[in-house]
Design a protein around this ligand. Structure first.
Ligand code: C2E
Ligand code: MG
Ligand code: MG
Ligand code: MG
Length: 296
């Protein structure tokens, strides 16, 4: 018979083994992540942002670039590998690669007929600490022939709070260059209204957790409504994230929030699929919603 102590030991051993396996997996992933750029394992998908008032055939207003990593046949989510890239500093070259790809891709879609298309890129903390960041960004934009106001840089609240002293001058420099700055995932972090004031932002991206029950929960609805009104009176554009249901879309339009993205409208897609869209003419929301719920 097992004594309680033995059972405890066995459990501890099992726990240890699981932990060892987990940390081996982590190590594998970490070293593989650092090689991924060289090995051409990264790709970019684009999620369209629509003007929610426009008809079925209207082109997207913007596309958000989202990084994808395929490693040994597995698709590893950004949540798992972005922190690894950030800790090692590898995020810097990877992000320059992303920005370059996006600037050229968006410019090419503009030339192909979507003249006013905007590209949106997610930034991370180490980039804001790069002394050279604004200058190199400018080089990339000029080289791609993109107008600076057709590039949006998405920052999160945690990037602003953790080093608010450093972030402010960098954000000012970026805005002075003419690029647009968005506060991503608004509502999930510290959500100090102070940011809306202190940082020269142009866009707020309303996090999907806010929108989730806004159409059916009075309190959530009231919070969304208040944020939309506040941003409106501060002259900030609001982009709703994670629109999955018609009811959410209806809520937003009713509240005069006219920009949004989400699986209902379109999932993130490879550039080639977006180009196909451009050439075929964009299909209507009804057609969109059928294919909407599939993740990439
Ligand atoms: P994010 O910037 O907030 O991007 C939106 C995320 O929501 C994406 O997840 C997107 O696939 C997902 N999404 C879009 N529509 C819906 C919807 O209707 N419902 C739900 N449930 N989700 C939806 P993804 O691609 O897994 O990216 C996660 C996060 O990873 C991003 O959040 C962003 O913070 C980060 N990330 C992605 N690409 C990059 C990158 O190139 N650089 C940096 N620094 N971060 C990135
Ligand atoms: Mg984003
Ligand atoms: Mg977001
Ligand atoms: Mg997010």
């Amino acid at each position: 018979l097992f004594s309680a102590k033995d059972a405890g030991k066995a459990r501890f051993k099992r726990y240890n083994r699981v932990m060892q396996e987990h940390s081996r997996w982590r190590l594998d992933i970490e070293s593989a992540a650092l090689q991924a750029l060289k090995r051409d394992e990264f790709s970019i998908v684009y999620q369209p942002v629509f003007d929610l008032r426009q008809g079925p055939d209207a082109p997207p207003v913007a596309v958000e670039a989202l990084l994808r990593w395929r490693h040994n046949g597995d698709s590893i989510p950004p949540r798992a590998f972005i922190p690894v890239l950030e800790e090692s500093g590898e995020i810097i070259p990877v992000s320059y690669w992303v920005i370059e790809q996006v600037c050229h891709q968006v410019r090419s879609w503009q030339l192909d007929g979507w003249h006013h298309l905007i590209g949106s890129v997610n930034l991370s903390v180490p980039q804001l600490r790069e002394p050279d960041f604004a200058r190199r960004l400018q080089q990339i934009i000029v080289e791609a022939g993109l107008a600076p106001d057709k590039l949006v840089l998405e920052l999160t609240e945690s990037m602003l709070i953790n080093q608010s002293d450093n972030a402010l001058p960098v954000v000012r420099e970026l805005v002075a260059m003419g690029v647009q700055v968005a506060l991503d995932d608004f509502g999930t972090g510290y959500s100090s209204l102070g940011y809306l004031n202190r940082f020269p932002l142009q866009i707020i991206k309303l996090d999907r957790t806010f929108l989730k029950h806004a159409h059916q929960d009075e309190q959530q609805g009231a919070i969304c409504r208040a944020i939309i009104r506040l941003c409106d009176s501060l002259g900030l554009a609001v982009v709703a994230e994670g629109i999955e249901h018609d009811e959410q879309l209806g809520f937003l339009v009713g509240e005069q929030c006219y920009l949004g993205q989400g699986y209902l409208l379109s999932k993130p897609q490879p550039a080639a699929a977006i180009t196909q869209w451009l050439h075929n003419g964009v299909r209507g929301p009804a057609a969109r919603s059928k294919e909407a719920r599939i993740e990439t």
